[in-house]
Structures are given as structure tokens and as C-alpha cells.
Write a protein of this length. Structure first.
Length: 149
């Protein structure tokens, strides 16, 4: 329970196994080319093998205690801020659209590091740049609010 490296290895092993299983829902070959299932199947299989080797190697050397690497104090507050801002972003994006939700999320993340007006400026520039690139230039559909932004 205390070997942090082994626990991380098992989480990655579970992730790679899930991706490997899900890759079978895609065709391995298309008519004359590799299909959409080829790349994720091979990558997840390679990741699975590397992770098994990593887990075995963690038991052969002195392990890292998980209680020593968990964040405390200010670092823990930053981790909690990331989760809170992400959850809030996911909750409000259907109602406010991408731009407002993105600005709110980035303000939560940046207010602890910068003054409020600097955080607001960074949030505005970053959100509008991402919106401009993805929505306008690449035609990726992003959630919009009732006002169209």
C-alpha cells in the first residue's frame, strides 16, 4: 500500500488495458490502409508491456513511500484549485458557453499566482485565442451561450 511507484504503475496498467480493450471497437484495417484501431491497439499494448516491466522493477528496489510524495500545504491548495476549476468549468460550460467558462476557470487558476488584473488579462487573451483558433480557423464546434459566444 505504501509503494507509490507500484500504485502508479497499476493505474497506468489499468489505463492501457482499457485503451487496448476499447481499440477493438475500431477496424484494424481499412480498405487499403491501416484502420483507426491500429494505432491505439499497438500503443496501448506497448504501454502495457512497459508498465509491467516498470511494476516488476519497483519491487526489486527500495520503494518510495506514498505519504512522502503527496502534496501538502500550498501545493495541496494548488491541486485542489485545479480540480475545483475543472469541475466548475464542466458544470457551467453548457450554460455560459466556452468563453465565459474558460475565463472563470483560468481566473480561479491564476488568481493565486498573479494580481487579479493580470490574471484577468491572461485569462481573456488565452481563452479568446483558443476560441479564435479552434472555432474560427479549424471549425471545431465549441459550446456557445445564448448570445453566440
Amino acid at each position: 500500500m505504501k509503494n507509490a511507484e507500484a500504485w502508479i504503475g497499476f493505474i497506468i496498467l489499468l489505463f492501457s488495458g482499457t485503451i487496448f480493450y476499447q481499440s477493438f471497437s475500431f477496424d484494424y484495417f481499412a480498405e487499403f490502409t491501416p484502420g483507426p484501431g491500429l494505432f491505439p491497439r499497438w500503443l496501448s499494448a506497448i504501454l502495457f508491456i512497459i508498465t509491467v516491466v516498470y511494476i516488476v522493477s519497483t519491487f526489486r528496489r527500495e520503494f518510495v513511500d506514498i505519504t512522502k510524495i503527496l502534496p501538502r500545504g500550498i501545493e495541496l491548495r494548488k491541486v485542489i484549485n485545479v480540480f475545483v476549476s475543472l469541475i466548475l468549468f464542466l458544470v457551467i460550460i453548457p450554460y455560459t458557453g466556452y468563453i465565459i467558462a474558460g475565463i472563470v476557470m483560468m481566473m480561479i487558476l491564476f488568481c493565486g499566482e498573479y494580481k487579479w488584473y493580470t490574471a484577468l488579462f491572461i485569462s481573456l487573451v488565452t481563452t479568446f485565442t483558443i476560441f479564435l483558433v479552434f472555432y474560427t480557423f479549424l471549425s471545431v464546434p465549441l459550446p456557445l451561450n445564448a448570445f453566440g459566444f
